[in-house]
Design a protein around this ligand. Structure first.
Ligand code: NDP
Ligand code: X2W
Length: 342
C-alpha cells in the first residue's frame, strides 16, 4: 500500500526539491500540498519544473489540511514547525526540514535562534554513528541543516578515530538556494553574480552549535568549531573545507584508512580516490556526498573536504533517506547518487 505524504511549504525551495524526489519515489503517493502567502495558487505557477503536479492548488498550512496522511513533511521557516507538529497524531511520521528539533541543548537553541526550544527529535543524518538505530520506527525526524550535513560527513571519521584534536576550522561555500526563495537584497543577481562573499562570520552562524553537537558526539569530548560560511554565485551546492590539528604520530595512511573504513558501506558517501577532489558540479541534483581527506604534514592538520547539493542531501534527499529508514524501506528508495553534468 502506498505511503501517503503531505508537504507543508510546497512553494519553497526545500518543498519543491522534496516534491521532485517524491514524484520518483515508488512507494509514495503525494497528498496535500500547503503554502502560506501562495495558498490558493497552482503549483505549476510556482514550481514549473514539477510538471505532474502543475494543476494542484496549494492549501493554507493547517493541521486539518495535513491530517489523514502517513507522513507529513514540514519545509517551513524556523520556529513554525512545532505548533503544526504538536497537532499531528503520534502515529503520523513527521519529518521536519527546519531547525526546530535538531539541537539537544536548549541554551544553544535560545542563543542562536532567540526563541524557546521546542524539543529534540531523532536526527536525520543516517551516516552518523548510532543514527540509523534512532531513526528506525521513529515517528519524528529532525532533518539536519545543509552546512552541518556537509561538515559532519567531512570530519566525523577523523574525530571518531581520534585522529584529531578537539578543534576544527571550517570555511564552506553555499549556493544561493540555501537562503530560501523569499526575496532578499543580498541575493539579487547583481549582488551575487561574479562574486563570493562571507557572512555570519565570528561564530554567530546558527549552524555552529549543530556542527559542534555532531563533532563533539563523535569525539566523545567537547569540540570547538570556528565556522565561516560564504555565498557562491551558483544556485545549488555546498563545498565545505574543514581542518583540525592532527594528533601526535598520526600518519597519512592512518587517516586514509579511517575514512575508507567509515564510508566503505555507505550508499551515498563517496570517498574519492587519492588525488581527486570534491566538486559541487559532480553532486548536482543527487543525494551523493563526495569526500576527500589529506594530512598536511607541514601544518600538522588533517584537511577534509566535502561536496553536497544543499537541496538534495542537504535537505530533501536527507529527509527522504531518513523517512525510508523510519518506515523500514530500503534506505536508497527513490534516491539517486548520480548527478547531472556538465
Ligand atoms: N534551502 C535549503 O538549502 C535548505 C533549507 N532548509 C530548511 O527548510 C525550510 C524551508 O526552507 P526553504 O524552502 O529554503 O525556504 P523558502 O523561503 O524557499 O520556503 C519557505 C516555505 O515556507 C512557507 N512559509 C513561509 N512563512 C510561513 C509561515 N509563517 N507559516 C507557514 N508557512 C510559511 C512558504 O510559503 P509561501 O511561499 O506560500 O509564503 C514556503 O512554502 C527552512 O526551515 C530551511 O531552513 C534546510 C536545509 C537546506
Ligand atoms: C546561503 C544561505 O543563506 N544558506 C543558509 C542555510 C540555511 C539552511 O539550509 O539551513 P537551515 O535549515 O538551518 O535554515 C544560511 O546560511 O542561513
Amino acid at each position: 500500500m502506498a505511503v501517503r505524504a503531505a508537504v507543508a511549504g510546497a512553494s519553497g525551495y526545500a518543498g519543491g526539491e522534496l516534491l521532485r524526489l517524491l514524484l520518483a519515489h515508488p512507494e509514495v503517493e503525494i497528498g496535500a500540498l500547503t503554502g502560506n502567502s501562495n495558498a490558493g495558487q497552482r503549483l505549476g505557477a510556482l514550481q514549473p519544473h514539477l510538471l505532474p503536479l502543475a494543476d494542484r492548488v496549494l492549501e493554507v498550512t493547517t493541521a486539518e489540511a495535513l491530517t489523514g496522511h502517513d507522513v507529513v513533511f514540514l519545509a517551513l521557516p524556523h520556529g513554525q514547525s512545532a505548533a503544526v507538529a504538536e497537532q499531528l497524531g503520534p502515529d503520523v511520521l513527521v519529518v521536519d526540514m527546519g531547525a526546530d528539533f535538531r539541537l539537544k541543548d536548549a541554551g544553544d537553541w535560545e542563543r542562536f535562534y532567540g526563541s524557546p526550544h521546542a524539543g529534540t527529535w531523532p536526527y536525520g543524518l543516517p551516516e552518523l554513528p548510532g543514527a540509523r538505530a534512532a531513526l528506525e520506527g521513529s515517528k519524528r525526524i529532525a532533518v539536519p541543516g545543509c552546512y552541518p550535513t556537509a561538515v559532519s560527513l567531512a570530519l566525523v571519521p577523523a574525530y571518531a578515530a581520534r585522529l584529531v584534536e578537539p578543534e576544527a576550522v571550517i570555511v564552506a561555500a553555499s549556493g544561493t538556494s540555501g537562503a530560501g526563495k523569499a526575496p532578499k537584497p543580498h541575493l539579487l543577481g547583481s549582488e551575487v553574480m561574479g562574486s563570493m562573499s562571507p557572512y555570519g562570520v565570528g561564530g554567530v552562524h546558527r549552524h555552529t552549535p549543530e556542527m559542534t553537537q555532531n563533532l563533539s558526539a563523535a569525539a566523545g569530548e567537547p569540540v570547538t568549531v570556528s565556522f565561516t560560511p560564504t555565498l557562491a554565485p551558483m544556485p545549488r551546492g555546498i563545498l565545505a573545507t574543514c581542518s583540525a590539528s592532527a594528533r601526535q604520530g598520526v600518519t597519512a595512511d592512518a587517516v586514509r584508512a579511517a575514512y575508507e573504513k567509515a564510508y566503505a558501506d555507505e550508499p551515498f558517501v563517496h570517498l574519492l580516490p587519492a588525488g581527486q577532489w570534491p566538486a559541487t558540479a559532480s553532486v548536482y541534483g543527487s543525494n551523493a556526498v563526495q569526500v576527500q581527506v589529506a594530512l598536511d604534514e607541514a601544518a600538522g592538520r588533517v584537511v577534509a573536504i566535502s561536496a553536497i547539493d544543499n537541496l538534495t542531501k542537504g535537505t530533501a534527499g536527507g529527509a527522504v533517506q531518513s523517512m525510508n529508514i523510519a518506515l523500514g524501506l530500503d534506505e536508497t528508495t527513490g534516491l539517486t547518487a548520480t548527478g547531472v553534468a556538465p
